[in-house]
Ligand binder design. Structure first.
Ligand code: SAH
Length: 397
């Protein structure tokens, strides 16, 4: 077993059970990509078992802080079972959910989502890449699923020196290998393509916020709804279910919008009650303001503008801009659901950005609710970096 020795003082983070060690904290030792290493403090005392990643600035990701634990196939089976059992206790009202959420589940770099009987999985670190076969086996055993599709095509794999990898890791012989499936979320039916969709196929983290939006739309009687960055129209279906009369979905992805249109009909709504705009959100908001349009509810769910804190300033301007425009476009008393999924922008900074947007737009609003990712995307107390999705529900005054 290879070992890594840290520089003096650099043991603090692992002692607090934070799973990352950066390149600069390491005094001696190296290993192959994904190889299990023993990490020692400068005084030689044991800190953790970890995966080594020679290409990444996050050089070491801890598997276990227990000196007696062995990192083998049984270890991954235990971790996967623990993660799956936690989701069972959540009793989520959907057959699509996140089963493994990386560091929060003690499996750094692993994302596993379940869509009905199909698992869609991202192996995003050298450690989980090395243990791919054992992890796939563990996921299938813990869930009873028979199909597992790999979606390891996220750009973060580059930082680990790993090429993209996609395709079936497991499916029954007689299975035709269809990658499009229908899921159930709340009362709705939605289709997901695990091969073609974003990330693993769908944005499961917004599940509870889509339900909340339906409730708000109903409660406040919102008729005209604008869903910005709609992807496949989850919030649009929610708005129609809440009684909205006219919903506009805006996204720059034509395949996502085609699916949004299909979702409206699939859920029993009139296709004429929905408009899909293949356009840039910022430009669309400006155009709608110029045209004198008004909306009773707007959703802003943009992609990650700030992947890390170093991008926060530029991202802040982009967030402020769209929020300012949306606040203008809302009628008085209108509802804004606004989100940021940037890890580099925390909840308090996001609130300040939206406050600045309100100031520039010359409008104020009541903060109805703070929103976050659904609980199958957990954060742990030792890994606050895991927190990424934050949102505000605002009622324009
Ligand atoms: N709200 C969605 C998820 C949104 S993800 C849901 O509930 O499923 C962000 C979306 O923004 C993606 O679908 C992406 O295609 C779209 N997007 C990214 N940049 C955009 C832009 N400048 N204008 C419009 N859409 C954009």
């Amino acid at each position: 077993m290879k070992s890594i020795r840290l520089r003096p003082g650099k043991e603090r983070s692992l002692l607090r059970r934070h799973p990352w060690v950066f390149e600069g904290s390491i005094a001696t030792g190296r290993a192959d990509p994904g190889e299990t290493v023993r990490v020692d403090a400068a005084d030689g005392s044991f800190l953790a078992w970890a995966a080594y990643s020679p290409a990444s600035q996050i050089r070491v990701r801890a598997w276990s802080f227990d000196a007696a634990e062995r990192i083998d196939a049984a270890f991954f089976a235990r971790r996967v079972q623990r993660a799956v059992a936690m989701r069972e206790r959540l009793a989520i009202d959907s057959d699509a959910l996140r089963l493994v959420h990386g560091e929060a589940d003690g499996l750094p770099g692993l994302v596993a989502d379940r869509y009905g009987d199909t698992l869609s999985v991202q192996f995003l670190s050298a450690g989980v890449e090395r243990w791919k076969a054992a992890i796939a086996e563990a996921l299938l055993a813990a869930t009873g699923c028979t199909r597992l599709y790999e979606r390891s095509d996220a750009s973060v794999r580059e930082l680990e020196g790993l090429p993209p990898a996609t395709g079936w890791l497991r499916r029954p012989d007689a299975d035709g290998g269809a990658t499009e499936l229908t899921i159930r979320e709340h009362g709705w039916r939605l289709t997901v393509d695990v091969a073609e969709g974003h990330k693993t196929g769908y944005y499961l983290d917004q599940r509870d916020n889509r339900l909340r939006f339906m409730q708000f739309v109903r409660q406040f009687g919102c008729r005209r709804v604008l869903n910005c960055y709609s992807y496949t129209g989850g919030f649009s279906v929610a708005a129609l279910a809440g009684g909205a009369a006219q919903v506009t979905s805006v996204d720059s992805s034509a395949p996502a919008l085609a699916r949004a249109r299909a979702h409206v009909v699939l859920n029993g709504h009139d296709a004429a009650a929905h408009e899909a705009l293949d356009a840039d959100v910022n430009a669309t908001l400006r155009r709608l303001i110029d045209e004198g349009a008004g909306f009773d509810a707007i959703v802003l769910d943009p992609p990650k503008f700030a992947p890390t804190a170093s991008h926060a300033e530029r991202a802040a301007r982009a967030y402020k801009d769209i929020n300012r425009l949306a606040l203008k476009l809302l009628v008085p008393g209108g509802l804004l659901l606004t989100f940021s999924c940037s890890g580099g922008v925390d909840a308090s900074l996001f609130h300040k950005i939206v406050a600045g947007a309100g100031l520039d737009a010359g409008v104020d609003g009541y903060l109805l609710e703070r929103l976050e990712a659904a609980p199958d995307h957990p954060t742990t107390i030792t890994f606050p970096e895991g927190e990424y999705l934050k949102g505000l529900a605002i009622l324009k005054t």
